[in-house]
Design a protein around this ligand. Sequence first.
Ligand code: ZN
Length: 378
Amino acid sequence: MTKRKLFFLTAVVTLAAALIAAGVSCSSNNKDSADIIKAGGLDASEKTASEEAAGINLIEILYIEETPLINTFFLRLAETEIFLSPYNYAIIPETLRPGDPVTIAFGVAIKYADLIINGNRVARSRGFVIPAEDGYPSFNAAIIGIPTTITYGNTVIRITDTKDMIWEFNVNMEEREFRSENLYITPSMSDMVTTPDPQLDIEANMLWAILSTTGNQVYHTGPFIMPVESTRKTSLFGARRVNIYPDGYRVTNIHAGVDIGAAIAGESFLGADIIACARGLVVLSRSRIISGNTIIIEHAPGVYTSYYHLDKLIAREGEIVEMGDLIGYVGTTGYSTGPHLHWELRVSTENTDPESMLTRPLVDKSLIISRLYGTQEM
Ligand SMILES: [Zn+2]
């Protein structure tokens, strides 16, 4: 048995023993879930006979390492004088849907949070710290975007902590239906995507570099607001689209955001105000071939909203915008059939439904703190 594997086994056994000895139990919120610790990816089936026989040595190492391990696993928060055990966690919302962001809070620092379906990893995000604010203590979190393309089945959130220990939580995944729609492509739009242009690749790579970056600044934790006054959607998030070209050629894709048109069909929407749906850092404000005049705002590590096809850009790159600040005007620049706003929410690079954040906070601090500490109020 390698030293690494031995450490993981030791850590698990020691932790379990320490919890029993200390009389620590999970908070009432956590009892129902199968919060199983897996030791560094070492499944029982991977153990060999010789490793089994080495069990006696485990006990000795357990004894030596017991004290430092306990110190590591129980974090004392000076401000609140509350002890946090790694068994305390929150996964919000409790029932997940394809295309929703899911916020995970955990009692120890998170290296990765993964979404595992039928044994396959379908999404990954990096952990970060939500700093203490407004009377709430700091805590560890990760936000994962659930892909709209997942197949249903056994769903697990897997957390790898900074000591490479792995913790798994079973979660419920609801089915979700997405609308089908046909989009008739104009000749000029057709030219835009069929004419070879190296700038397309440059812009695509730049966009990906931004969206796949997980920073460490938390600019916003509350709910979002609508970025335009109109709420009339001309295309829904996650719609399964068939783009029909002038020559009859068809391409299927998935709509990555929501399209919002004028409040009344046929009315002019050109030049309507677009405001920031939440506080954040403007990481992109420039003209692109496909998305036209484009703004991207970072709200939290790995969490970005995008605004496409603007007539005019107001917010500048590097600027911090407050929720409700004017960032630009509605237009029809780029790959667009008429004046509308394409509004997108990217979480850990996945397209997620921006409207899901209109009714709940991005990071529900009061709910998370009640789960982590087992209290209903602070
Ligand atoms: Zn769109």
